[in-house]
Design a protein around this ligand. Structure first.
Ligand SMILES: C[S@@+](CC[C@H](N)C(=O)[O-])C[C@H]1O[C@@H](n2cnc3c(N)ncnc32)[C@H](O)[C@@H]1O
Length: 241
């Protein structure tokens, strides 16, 4: 889980154009079926997509991080936000669309967890439901070991992050391991913190087969996507009750 608080997370990604991405998503969804109306944003973070999507859809969300969900509730006051683990959750409602954006699906670290997550998403969709996944990187493009840095915000509200990335093979699973080191600026000064994130790397073939195993049909990959990472789209192949 991110140790950064919601405000710091938003500072780190201050230049990410969530509004543009929400419009692109709406275009995709309208082309698939203009009558889609209810959306569950899984691993929704601070609700930065939802803030814009809620102009067109009824949007609820789910995330592990309660602090992020507080921010999401402020951004989309009509949405219902649930603390939960995408690999194993049960809500009392079905949705027309399940989203899992900005590579959050990688937090399903192994193929077993991936199928479990996608099955949970499928079980929360109406019979005409659609899943949209913005994936994490594939093993083919993962460069490790490597060191990168990025930053967000400006002046006294800024964050610098350096990441050391490596690869761990666990049986047939490839896991990307990132050691993040943060320098977090505020009016009080500069604080240092660190955290490790582990995310599953899935090839296109592995992701598509997991979607099918989870119960989706018409599974396809759209290379354009929202941010260059592509999008997987699938439809419900069996009816939920
Ligand atoms: C890269 S952030 C993306 C957040 C948001 N979708 C966005 O576009 O800004 C990944 C999110 O996944 C959440 N997350 C990680 N593991 C999770 C899990 N097992 N179940 C639910 N959420 C999880 C984190 O708390 C974080 O909010």
């Amino acid at each position: 889980m991110f140790q950064l608080n919601a405000e710091q997370y938003d500072t780190l990604y201050a230049t990410k154009d969530y509004e543009r991405e929400a419009h692109l998503l709406r275009d995709h969804l309208s082309r698939l079926d203009p009558s889609l109306h209810t959306v569950l944003d899984v691993a929704c973070g601070t609700g930065a997509h939802d803030e814009h999507l809620c102009r067109f859809y009824e949007v609820d969300g789910l995330d592990l991080n309660p602090d992020f969900l507080e921010a999401a509730r402020r951004r989309n006051a009509r949405g219902r936000y649930h603390v939960g683990d995408m690999r194993d959750f049960r809500l009392d409602r079905l949705y027309d669309v399940a989203l899992c954006l900005f590579s959050s699906i990688g937090y399903a670290r192994t193929r077993v967890e991936l199928v479990r997550t996608l099955t949970c998403l499928c079980e929360h969709l109406t019979p005409r439901g659609v899943v949209v996944i913005e994936p994490w990187l594939t093993p083919e493009v993962w460069e490790a070991p490597s060191v990168r840095w990025d930053h967000g915000g400006s002046g006294s509200d800024s964050i610098v992050r350096m990441a050391h990335s490596s690869l761990r093979e666990e049986g047939t699973d490839s896991v990307s391991v990132m050691e993040f080191h943060y320098l977090v600026g505020s009016a009080k000064g500069i604080e240092y913190s660190r955290e490790t994130h582990e995310m599953g790397l899935y090839s296109k073939r592995r992701m598509e087969s997991a979607l099918i195993e989870a119960g989706f049909t018409d599974v396809h990959h759209e290379s354009d996507g929202l941010t260059g990472r592509g999008l997987y789209v699938g439809r419900v192949g069996r009816t939920n009750s």
